[in-house]
Design a protein around this ligand. Structure first.
Ligand SMILES: Cc1cc2nc3c(=O)[nH]c(=O)nc-3n(C[C@H](O)[C@H](O)[C@H](O)COP(=O)(O)OP(=O)(O)OC[C@H]3O[C@@H](n4cnc5c(N)ncnc54)[C@H](O)[C@@H]3O)c2cc1C
Length: 384
């Protein structure tokens, strides 16, 4: 990002950034409007992203991944967000599901799933939210019972990202009768041909219209007992352990989007004439953009500090929660200011700023609503 020294960038990551940017500009940008109209990308985009080395960048080579780390994922995420290529959620696939498998999977599970996730043969989703509960995950009702060599899953999930294309789905289920967090486990469903498994129609969303989001239904779906991820009853703890990393990817994407919104707006206000002069010449425009640029740089510096902590294994959940709520709130505010400077054109979907406005709104809700983030921070403050 212009104007900010990024201590963690190096030549290898710059090369990855270049090739990711070229991939998204070539494979996604020209298709955006068509994908918006149909509410999903073509399935092949996953195989293309796999062939380009953009999937599972932080998965070790021995499991077919890129052998990199969070920095590689962050660079790919920044480019995907900057180019507005959110038609497939690599964050869910590589940034979340691959890490559950890496952290809790057996050697056999890792070998079975990760290499195919890296090529895009498998597309991953994570199914936690249900029609009756989202933030309060402990209250999920989807049940799995062990019958001999199989679990049987019964229930429904909603708002599932990559829901149309996913053929490997980590499902949060109740396996025990214990109330709350204790009875939750994670099961991995290989969805192709799974009897009793059904996808609902693509959901008609306010934004992120290129990304497939579905309800999923489980009507006594059989999953081999060996597809339990980690220990039974530890699902809630597993989900919580991975959250700081997931929230950082949301924050990384938010900052890249601030940059895109500002770049779009600078170009627009230089060009647009009002009252016989460029819009950029008006003091209000100058001050608004000065404020937004300052906020974007502050956000970048904060996120880079969090990334440095994460790389040292020192990023705590409270700081990740701060990064998630503040960058997504700030991003939405910046986009709103930028949209205002576009006048009526900012309301037209033809203009990127209008699409960013709609696309980013959800980042204040998913990955833990921003109010939940503030509650987490407040709890840490209470203990201080
Ligand atoms: C586009 C999209 C993609 C998604 N992708 C996935 C996915 O891939 N997998 C998945 O499992 N889920 C996914 N979700 C679901 C998402 O995680 C939930 O929407 C989110 O957790 C909020 O849950 P909810 O919608 O049930 O809202 P609720 O839990 O009903 O909360 C509603 C509102 O109440 C307030 N609130 C809630 N709890 C508190 C609290 N403790 N303190 C103060 N205020 C509070 C917040 O303002 C919150 O926005 C997705 C959602 C969307 C919209």
């Amino acid at each position: 990002m212009t104007g900010v020294t990024r201590a963690w960038m190096n030549e290898e990551l710059e090369m990855l950034r270049d090739s990711a940017r070229r991939f998204f500009e070539r494979e996604c940008v020209p298709n955006e409007m068509r994908w918006r109209a149909q509410h999903h990308a073509e399935r092949e985009i996953w195989n293309k992203a796999g062939a380009a080395g953009l999937l599972c960048a932080a998965v070790p080579d021995e499991f077919g991944g890129g052998g990199g780390n969070f920095l590689h994922e962050a660079v790919i995420c920044e480019e995907q967000m900057y180019t507005m290529s959110q038609a497939f959620s690599n964050n869910v696939h590589s940034g979340i599901v691959a890490h559950y498998i890496l952290a809790y999977g057996t050697q056999a599970q890792k070998k079975r799933w990760l290499p195919k996730m890296a090529t895009g043969e498998l597309v991953a989703a994570i199914a936690m939210s249900e029609p009756g509960t989202g933030s309060d995950l402990q209250r999920i009702r989807t049940q799995a019972t062990l019958e001999g060599e199989h679990w049987r899953i019964r229930g429904a999930k909603t708002f599932i990202t990559n829901g149309l294309h996913a053929n490997l789905i980590v499902v949060a289920v109740k396996t025990g009768s214990e109330a709350g967090a204790k009875g939750i486990s994670l099961l991995v469903l290989e969805a192709e041909g799974a009897e009793g498994f059904r996808r609902g129609p693509l959901l008609d969303k306010l934004g992120q219209k290129t990304l497939d989001t579905c309800e999923l239904f489980f009507d006594d779906v059989k999953v081999p007992a060996s597809h339990l991820l980690g220990e039974e009853g530890r699902g809630f703890v597993q989900l919580m352990q991975q959250l700081p990393r997931e929230r950082m990817l949301i924050a990384v994407g938010a900052v890249a989007t601030m940059r895109r919104a500002l770049d779009e707006t600078l170009a627009y206000v230089r060009d647009r004439q009002v009252f016989g002069q460029p819009l950029m010449a008006l003091q209000n425009t100058r001050f608004k953009l000065a404020e937004c640029e300052t906020q974007a740089r502050a956000a970048q510096a904060f996120v880079d500090d969090c990334i440095a902590r994460l790389m040292k294994g020192e990023l705590d959940a409270t700081t990740a929660a701060m990064a998630k709520w503040w960058t997504t709130d700030t991003c939405c505010r910046i986009i709103d200011e930028c949209l205002q400077l576009h006048g009526g054109y900012g309301f037209m979907n033809e203009y990127p700023i209008a699409r960013l406005y709609a696309d980013m709104r959800v980042t204040r809700i998913l990955g833990g609503a921003n109010e939940v983030m503030k509650e987490l921070i407040a709890r840490a403050l209470e203990k201080r």
